[in-house]
Design a protein around this ligand. Structure first.
Ligand SMILES: *Cc1c(COP(=O)(O)O)cnc(C)c1O
Length: 231
């Protein structure tokens, strides 16, 4: 087994645990999602052998090629922008979509899922930082969107996801993570059918410890695991 990979994973896991404990949280409540975009299937197999269970891909075609080889030995998460005409390719592979960000996508997803008799856990992507370069709903639009999407057959809304702009100092991401958590709490209080707010997908290599401190339940970490570039 690749020792760098094993070492990187051990370090990331330790930092997640420390951040969780420091915040009075149970480290078991934080899922480590290894972002494997750009990585060959052989490296994913090594990560699985090192105890990784969940992997994230951001391109439909690339993800499919790896799925053909690895199959359901990994739990696949789709984390990238999803074009509506590619929905049909993700239905059977992925256990969670992190990037539900528009009604046209939700409708197509629901149509296809219900036709196949399937359900999919989805996170609504929110652009908490108001960053023009990023996808996602404005925070003010999210509650109504979630309510409408929760009524669509096949779609289970299980939480929110955000991707703040890249920053040198992870502390700069903290207000964005906090805002996402508060938004999830606000949505939870509305108690909409078909909606749970149990997951917060937030934190990447540059800022995952801050995200854990702010309540993240899924950190999406790529380069810290596969290249050793940590915060
Ligand atoms: C690439 C990517 C990540 C991981 O980024 P790293 O900085 O490599 O940890 C997380 N989330 C999304 C949506 C990504 O595209």
């Amino acid at each position: 087994m690749d020792t760098d990979l094993a070492e990187n994973l051990a370090r990331v896991r330790m930092k997640i645990s420390q951040a969780a404990l420091a915040a009075g949280r149970d480290p078991e409540q934080v899922r480590l999602l290894a972002v494997t975009k750009g990585m060959p299937a052989s490296i994913i197999e090594q990560a699985l052998a090192s105890g990784i269970t969940d992997v994230g891909e951001n391109r439909v075609q690339e993800g499919r090629e790896k799925w053909v080889r690895i199959g359901d030995a990994a739990r696949w998460h789709f984390i990238g922008h999803l074009q509506t005409n590619k929905v049909k390719y993700i239905l059977k592979q992925y256990i969670m979509l992190h990037s539900l960000d528009r009604m046209s996508l939700a409708r197509e997803l629901s149509r296809r899922l219900s036709r196949e008799g399937l359900e999919l856990d989805c996170l609504v992507q929110v652009n908490v930082a108001g960053d023009d370069a990023k996808h996602g709903l404005a925070p003010g639009e999210a509650p109504l969107f979630v309510e409408e999407v929760g009524r669509l057959p096949g779609i289970r809304v299980v939480g929110l996801m955000t991707m703040p702009p890249f920053v040198e100092d992870p502390e700069e991401s903290r207000p964005h993570f906090r805002r996402l958590r508060c938004l999830a709490e606000e949505i939870e209080r509305r108690a909409c059918p078909g909606v749970r707010m149990s997951e917060l997908s937030m934190g990447m290599s540059a800022d995952y410890t801050v995200a854990v401190a702010e309540g993240s339940t899924i950190v999406r970490v790529g380069s810290a695991i596969f290249r050793g570039d940590d915060e």
